[in-house]
Design a protein. Structure first.
Length: 341
């Protein structure tokens, strides 16, 4: 078992990483929750894989009910949000009850948003079952849904009361979905943990230790910058360009981040910020996990990213590696981009 604690201005919570943890959820949840009633939110794919195990591991200590939504990004919608709230209210949820998010990123983001807004806030625990959500969205309290054709446009910061990660859930991911999560894990190594990148050298099984090392990077930046105004932006390495190609070419998120990292390295090298050797080192580890490494010319995508929602008053915060395991936030104005590229 490995554990981390995220310490924020008004809250602190543990992340527990343990093989087989799903079969004794009560043990950890009793630490942070003293009432009886628990509601699980899950999707119809995870339902078949892990819901019974979760229910069995809670029933001795808690009175558990659940809501199941369709699997997939379409469920991060205002209609599914409304339906989940309605069902929970019908089932008698109170503001001192606990919600559990059992599933991948969609479940975590939606459940967190329900927890942030229902009765102006109820506690929730994240139980991320995909590598992508274990690496990223389940930590740090960003919650939300898609709206008006844009991703995560309605949302709130709502920190979980605890995050419970069972690496055994990775066994049921198909290869592409597993590698999708590896995109974010490799990113953590690239921006903040050289040792983690080295641990991946021989394509090892993803263990408690590797997940732990990856999450130390997210912990550090989230603690420094809970509301994503400075250090936390470094998590966007590979995302600025990644977002520009993700929907356009139908990549999964971690796949787009993989290509986006290579594009950002090329731009960083051209600006004299990034050490040239980073390209081949990152390429090598992306190849190990069958992540896409197609060449896209970053200059062709600079126009698209000027319209991204993260741009504040015409300034783009690029994240560039300086060397492997280290990065910087590099601001460029719209004018500077037009002049230099
Ligand atoms: N997914 C990036 C962050 O949590 O800030």
């Amino acid at each position: 078992m490995r554990q981390l604690e995220i310490k924020l201005s008004n809250s602190a919570y543990k992340i527990i990483i343990e093989d087989g943890l799903l079969s004794h959820l009560s043990f950890y949840i009793k630490e942070i929750y003293k009432n009886k009633k628990i509601y699980i939110l899950t999707d119809d794919k995870v339902e078949g894989l892990y819901l019974n195990q979760a229910l069995d591991s809670l029933r001795n200590d808690f009175d558990v009910d659940y809501v199941v939504i369709p699997n997939g990004e379409e469920s991060k919608s205002i209609s599914t949000y409304a339906s989940v709230c309605e069902q929970l209210i019908e089932k008698g949820i109170k503001r001192n009850h606990l919600l559990l998010a059992l599933g991948g990123g969609v479940i975590g983001d939606l459940c967190g948003f329900v927890a942030a807004t229902l009765y102006r806030g109820i506690p929730y625990v994240g139980i991320p079952t995909s590598l992508l959500s274990q690496m990223d969205s389940s930590i740090g309290g960003k919650t939300g849904i898609d709206f008006a054709g844009r991703k995560n446009i309605l949302g709130a910061f709502k920190q979980p009361s605890m995050v419970l990660i069972d690496p055994k859930t990775l066994d049921t991911l198909d290869e592409r979905e597993f590698n999708n999560g590896m995109g974010e894990l490799i990113k953590h190594g690239a921006i903040g943990n050289y040792k983690l990148l080295k641990m991946l050298d021989n394509k090892p099984k993803i263990t408690e230790d590797i997940i732990y090392e990856s999450l130390t990077v997210k912990k550090r930046v989230v603690e420094l910058d809970e509301f994503d105004l400075k250090e936390r932006m470094t998590l966007n390495f590979g995302h600025t360009f990644g977002h520009a190609i993700e929907l356009k070419y139908g990549y999964k998120h971690g796949e787009a981040v993989a290509i986006g990292m290579l594009m950002a390295i090329n731009m960083g090298v051209d600006l004299g910020v990034t050490d040239k050797s980073c390209y081949n080192d990152i390429l090598k580890v992306l190849k190990l996990y069958n992540l896409p490494i197609e060449h896209y010319d970053y200059k062709e995508y600079l126009k698209d990213i000027l319209f991204d929602k993260k741009n504040i008053a015409g300034t783009i915060n690029f994240i560039f590696l300086t060397e492997l395991g280290k990065c910087v936030i590099y601001k460029l104005t719209e004018e500077e981009i037009k002049e230099r590229f």
